[in-house]
Design a protein around this ligand. Structure first.
Ligand SMILES: Cc1ncc(COP(=O)(O)O)c(C=O)c1O
Length: 418
């Protein structure tokens, strides 16, 4: 395979035109959309409109006239289409961490009120994203549960059948390795063992088809600033299966989750359905940006939607894996080779110099990232990544390794954010 082959793949890419939706900086190969998605072209004008006209001119009226108050539901309903959820089942709100706290707490309440209240374990993976584990750990402590983590995905099912698991809490695509879980099989295993399944879709929403309803998940949360291109710190989202939505109030009983927020009554009465998972006032400007980001993914619907994005994402990661194996032998691949176990990123590792190699690539305009202690992460967002970008990125990686330029001091100084 050579650069011309990659150009040929781009020429027949049915999603090629999607790239035009993004304000990609020139001379950069951006392989970090799994951390912060690229700015959509529509966002700056939309945010300016919200700021200048809706806020600047119409001020508080815009809560009604510009329907600011409906943003969590409006954006949520668009997002629902990307993750296999129905209308009015999902809202955009808060951060992934906060939403996880809400759903995990609701799930624990369900277990305590259910047929097996003696179940005391929240089961997760040791290398789940730390915020998920921190939230689960603190909630477990507060509620008298125990967080148990397993080391490999193969240990999940044997641990479930021990019969003490209340909630299985997993991230669908691992942030470090890019490994993809089988949501359907694991949710089924959790249910068969009498546990509830909570899914974090931070690295899957907008990257691959997610079927929350079809796979019978109980709760899900996810992130707006990665593959959904919502901008730094974009609101996250929360979904609860309709069979559970009305059963428990989540613990952050803010007024936006009240049945009648503008009645200003002293007692809390949760809103029906998913609205009770809201807490405070929505961040309108960031919601507007998130809506533009979600629209970039929905724009692929006429071209085959999430299935088409998944096909291209797998093809991109396949080419990257192949070229890395051929040209960068000193790097080990820690992402599964089998496509059914792979998300939309590829992670490489090297005992020496992983951080510095990423910095040397960034200096060359190839943006990936580093995850401690030794992982080089490359995300492939099929909406804007081209096959020729994959070729060029591996060419730079090859040169960085061959020249040893990563050993320079300037590439070995750590910033606060890696
Ligand atoms: C799996 C996962 N969950 C949660 C988060 C972040 O959550 P928050 O937006 O609350 O910082 C990340 C961030 O990278 C993540 O990878």
């Amino acid at each position: 395979m050579n650069r011309t082959d990659c150009q040929a793949l781009d020429a027949k890419d049915p999603l090629a035109a999607m790239r035009e939706q993004f304000a990609l900086p020139p001379n950069k190969i951006y392989l970090d959309g799994n951390s912060l998605g690229v700015l959509p072209r529509a966002t700056a004008a939309r945010v300016a409109e919200v700021v200048q006209r809706e806020w600047g001119e119409h001020l508080i009226e815009s809560w009604n006239t510009a329907h600011w108050i409906d943003l969590p539901q409006r954006v949520g309903n668009k997002l629902a289409r990307l993750v296999g959820a129905g209308p009015n089942e999902l809202v955009a709100a808060d951060s992934t961490s906060v939403n996880l706290f809400k759903v995990l707490s609701a799930a624990l309440s369900m277990v305590q009120a259910g047929d097996n209240p003696q179940r005391r374990v929240i089961l997760s993976e040791r290398d789940n994203f730390p915020t998920d584990l921190y939230i689960a750990e603190s909630l477990a402590r507060e509620r008298g549960f125990e967080l148990v983590t397993i080391d490999t995905p193969e240990q999940i099912e044997p641990r479930l059948v021990q019969g003490d698991v209340a909630v299985l809490m997993l991230t669908q695509v691992n942030y470090r390795t890019g490994r993809l879980h089988d949501m359907s099989a694991l949710t089924q295993a959790a249910h068969a063992a009498g546990a509830l399944a909570v899914w974090d879709l931070a690295h899957s929403a907008g990257a691959l088809p997610v079927h929350l309803k079809r796979d019978d998940a109980d709760f899900a949360v996810g992130c707006g600033y990665k593959y959904l291109n919502g901008g730094p710190g974009a609101p996250a989202f929360v979904w609860v299966h309709p069979r559970h939505a009305d059963r428990f109030a989540q613990p952050l009983a803010g007024w936006m989750g009240h049945a009648a927020p503008f009645a200003f009554t002293p007692g809390y009465a949760p809103a029906p359905g998913i609205a009770r998972y809201l807490c405070g006032t929505p961040p309108v400007i960031q919601m507007a940006a998130l809506e533009c980001g979600v629209d970039t993914v929905l724009a692929a619907e006429p071209l085959g939607g999430m299935d088409a994005l998944r096909s291209k994402s797998l093809a991109l990661t396949e080419v990257f894996l192949r070229l890395v194996r051929e040209r960068c032998a000193s790097l080990d691949v820690i992402t599964p080779h089998e496509s059914q176990h792979r998300g939309s990123q590829v992670s490489l590792t090297r005992a020496e110099g992983a951080y510095a190699i990423v910095q040397a690539l960034i200096a060359r305009g190839v943006i990936g990232d580093f995850r401690a202690p030794d992982v080089l992460r490359f995300g492939f967002t099929p909406l804007y990544t081209r096959f020729v970008d994959v070729w060029d990125a591996v060419e730079h990686l090859h040169q960085v390794l061959e020249s040893g330029e990563w050993k320079e001091d300037r590439f070995n100084k750590r910033g606060a954010v890696t």
